[in-house]
Design a protein around this ligand. Sequence first.
Ligand code: AMP
Ligand code: FE
Ligand code: FE
Ligand code: ZN
Length: 288
Amino acid sequence: MRIDLHAHSTASDGTDTPAELVRNAAAAGLDVVALTDHDTTRGYADAIDALPAGLTLVTGAELSCRLDGVSMHMLAYLFDPEEPELLAERELVRDDRTPRAQGMIARLRELGVPITWAQVARIAGDGSVGRPHIASALVELGVVPTVNDAFTEQWLSDGGRAFVEKHETDPFEAIRLIKGAGGVAVFAHPAAAKRGRTVPESAIAELAAAGLDGIEVDHMDHEPETRARLRGLAAELGLLSTGSSDYHGSRKTCLLGEFTTDPEVYGEITRRATGAFPVPGAGGNQGV
Ligand code: AMP
Ligand code: FE
Ligand code: FE
Ligand code: ZN
């Protein structure tokens, strides 16, 4: 069983449509893929509609959180997408992304970059707009060679010259909301230091005590030593250890299935969830 529990589509900052994502997941030999767009569930219907036979979809989302001024991401799996409290919080974060992106565009224009909201809106389409879309615009404009190169102090990294904060949820509140919607909460790439500041291990222990289910250990932004340390920490705290690609299509270099989750851990996630069931592929709409 090959299980990848973290992937993005055009519903947020990935480049595959939800339908392309599930087809690509099957082509990559995955048995299970989770759709975890930033702060939105709007890709679910199209992913389910196109789900190839033999592939199971885990519905999820990656919630933008902030603890003591440090941004962090919380993966939520198999929650009820209609549950009103979590839905309201998701919409609050997602809706704040638009004025925030416009704020970053204004900063960039002050820095002499001829970027426009129309350009970024075209790139983001109907996905929840984020820094990777602005980064793609900077690539189009020839300001930086790649999306990754836009994530520096000079441009869009946390605290960078053109960075603007968005509303982000307190992670203890996120855990409460995810659990309240029958979901399972996994702290995404908790030690991805190259993305900016990370929370201390003491905070992971406090989140565990508050009901966190697991941490994403095997991830491209964690060095092998970091993974070993996190795996030990998870065992110590009684947390599940997951692994996933955090696939973003062509906007990032990692491939579907590059990191995977142990089938036993996946089984435990599905047993804990009460908000939704994994969706087995029926081999539906396979059009292009
Ligand atoms: P936002 O949610 O708009 O603040 O953007 C966060 C997203 O930007 C993350 O989900 C990643 O897709 C991407 N990102 C963050 N840091 C980096 C980085 N250092 N290099 C490349 N992409 C990054
Ligand atoms: Fe992303
Ligand atoms: Fe993330
Ligand atoms: Zn992600």
